[in-house]
Design a protein around this ligand. Structure first.
Ligand code: IPM
Ligand code: MN
Length: 354
């Protein structure tokens, strides 16, 4: 009997449902070609539901998600909802409740013309950022006193424990080993200033590497320098590991050097539990329903989902299909409205290459 997987699907807001629909075309081809079945379980969480019911992501949904094999998310963000409500209430809640402690962000340029960097080609922009996804300032540890007074003080602490750092660093080393390219793990931090929190990462990176990953080269960048090197010499990198907030910032820079949000995808991963995959672009309300949004990031996210489910060949096939579709001459640009093809035509095109 062929394998089957249960996937919770949150189309979400704006163009989210459109790009999810297109990703499912490539997934369907992969299912029949590689002999597995995906059972989709749709959920309507997002801005519209919040405005109607006041609910973001109820605990009951988290309990249901725990029984799924994966979660596929389109986009969250609604023009009528105050910024932060849906991000914290849905995205961050899922990350924390399901302990999705890795944010995996492959950074791959599929074709030269999409890169804003001079003289860089696909072979130069091909690395992966492993961002710690539940610790640091995102924990919200801190507080405020004398709020609203001239003497107000607020803190938000970059809090990290050794186990949280170590599980992330181990994941990154293992990823570098499985990826089997340069076999180098670059730690990105700011250890020259963050002499406590940074030092914990530096020692963990070294100790875990020395002991269990002698085959993986150890490398280190300060985060400010990393932003320069991303632009100047992206070909240096293989796998990067970093703490949560630094990772949030550098992965947006990384997204633009790979061609932008039209192709950037990410996974919120709990290696022992239920993971959630999403295109990095937002809900793009002004493009909703116009068949102009780029679905490729969602398709890449779908490939990552298959890889994480253990369907490595199928995941690789989707990634190759994206590369072929982008290099067949039919897609003019990655930007919404300028692609030369509609959302659904690109979905069909990529699926035809799977
Ligand atoms: C991301 C996003 C989120 C983050 C926001 C929406 C909470 O920017 O996934 O990178 O900061 O992690
Ligand atoms: Mn971000």
């Amino acid at each position: 009997m062929s394998k089957s997987y249960n996937v919770a699907v949150i189309g979400g807001d704006g163009t989210g449902p459109e790009v999810v629909r297109e990703a499912m075309k490539s997934l369907a081809v992969a299912e029949s070609k590689f002999g597995f079945k995906l059972n989709y379980h749709p959920y309507d969480f997002g801005g519209a539901r919040y405005l109607k019911t006041g609910e973001t992501l109820p605990d009951s949904a988290i309990e249901e998600f725990r029984k799924q094999d994966s979660i596929f998310l389109g986009a969250i963000g609604h023009p009528d909802v105050k910024p932060g409500v849906l991000e914290v209430g849905i995205l961050l809640k899922a990350r924390f409740a399901l302990d999705q402690y890795i944010n995996l962000r492959p950074v791959k340029l599929y074709r030269t013309e999409d890169c804003p960097l001079k003289d860089k080609e696909p072979k130069d922009v091909d690395f992966v950022v492993v961002r710690e996804n539940t610790g640091g300032v995102y924990t919200g540890v801190g507080g405020v006193v004398q709020k609203g007074t001239p003497m107000e003080i607020a803190t938000q602490v970059m809090i990290y424990g050794r186990p949280v750092v170590e599980r992330c660093v181990r994941f990154a080393y293992e990823y570098a080993r499985r990826r089997n390219k340069k076999k180098m793990l670059t730690l990105v931090h700011k250890s020259n200033v963050l002499t406590h929190a940074g030092d914990l990462w530096v020692r963990t990176h070294k100790e875990v590497g020395d002991k269990d990953f002698p085959d993986i080269r150890q490398d280190y960048n300060h985060v400010d320098a990393a932003t320069m090197w991303f632009v100047k010499q992206p070909e240096w990198y293989d796998v990067i590991v970093t703490e949560n907030l630094f990772g949030d910032i550098i992965t947006d820079l990384a997204a633009i050097i790979q061609g932008g949000l039209g192709v950037a995808a990410g996974g919120n991963i709990n290696p022992e539990g239920v993971s959630m995959f999403e295109p990095m672009g937002g809900s793009a309300p002004k493009y909703t329903g116009q068949n102009v949004i780029n679905p490729i990031a969602a398709i890449v996210a779908a490939g990552m989902m298959l890889d994480t489910l253990g369907e490595h060949e199928a995941g690789a096939a989707i990634e190759q299909a994206v590369t072929k579709a982008l290099n067949c001459g039919k897609i003019k640009s990655l930007a919404a409205g300028r692609m030369g093809l509609g959302t659904s035509e690109i979905g069909d095109l990529v699926a035809s290459f799977v």
